[in-house]
Write a protein that binds this ligand. Sequence first.
Ligand code: HEC
Ligand code: HEC
Length: 338
Amino acid sequence: MTDQERSTDSFHSYLTPTARLFSDCTRLRLLIYCWLPPVLMALLPSEAWAQDTPDYYRQNCMNCHTIGGGKLTGPDLKNVSERKDAEWLIRFMQNPKAVVDSGDPYAAKLVEESRGVVMPVAPGMSRYRAEQILKLIEEESKLEESQFRGMQISNKPFAEADRFAGHELFVGRRRLENGGTACIACHSMYDIAALGGGRLGPDLTLVYERLQGRNSLAAWLMAPATETMQPIFKDHPLTGDEIHSLTAYFAASAQHRESDASVSRITFLLLGLAIAAAIIFAFDAIWKGRFSGVRSPLVETVNAKQHRTEEAHAEQQQPPSRSELLGVSDQSPPRGDS
Ligand code: HEC
Ligand code: HEC
């Protein structure tokens, strides 16, 4: 094959997929492949989407609302459509802040009863979604016990044993009953050595205050709604007892204040700096090694060549000496035999 043949050949192999795609494009096949699924999805949304409304509700609403289980951060939604008309509720779910800001008196009263918390907009919320959720709430409200009644938050006083159990669960010394991942994989605490806890999630020393106390922290833990935790704990939820122990542990840790947490943060920072310095030194050493590693064989080949020309004149009887092997024969003292 000549060079020219080869280059036209590679040109063809480059062109062919494009050309093939182009000819496919003109065919109905591509139309079907590319356009039919989205069209079908647009035509048949209710079937496909209605099914995941309970899941959506569980992920986005359950940590603030029960259906028949009492007030959490937000009101109990049981029979909410008897309190307020559907159109208002659908509008509110889509953009709570806008409704509150419009000076709506019903919304103002709800906010006041919720200690000033304004409901956030849930991700992916749409009018269709809101309608489906309202339908779901209505159906669940009719039931004796809704699946969204929520776990009863225990109001037993916290005991030392609970705090201890919470710590054991946190660090993974005690297994989570439903197989969830131990908190320490992603979180640190004031009483866990700087490098012991995970860094993916925030330090939880003060989380009891951050999430405004026992009830809302417990409610939060029933259905952790963060992007990282939700996929794990949706299928492996914490049990009521575990939540009780963990909240006991967090309630106690909140008394330890930032100072403790920041000490571990400083230790972590210093350790980080030390590791960075060690890495820099290590690289430095490796690079030095690399340069001499490249240079010395070069020097050796040059020396070896010189050597060979010398040897062409004087025939060697003896095995090469150590200094010859190192390629420094020209600087070494004269050999006895030659
Ligand atoms: C962070 C907590 C929080 C989340 C999450 C949340 N809400 Fe709310 N919700 C509230 C609060 C608080 C109120 C009371 C109004 C206010 O203060 O904004 C409220 C009010 C409502 C109301 C009106 C209740 C009434 O009594 O009229 C409905 C309906 C509602 N929420 C539905 C939902 C749905 C559906 C979701 C999930 C997509 C959701 N909420 C997620 C906190 C929350
Ligand atoms: C796979 C990692 C991972 C595991 C395991 C995990 N978390 Fe988290 N958690 C996170 C991340 C990441 C965040 C921060 C999410 C965000 O800010 O959106 C978080 C946030 C939190 C928050 C809210 C903190 C705040 O300040 O708002 C709490 C409470 C919490 N986690 C408790 C726990 C508990 C209790 C466990 C163990 C039962 C646990 N987490 C296990 C990753 C994890």
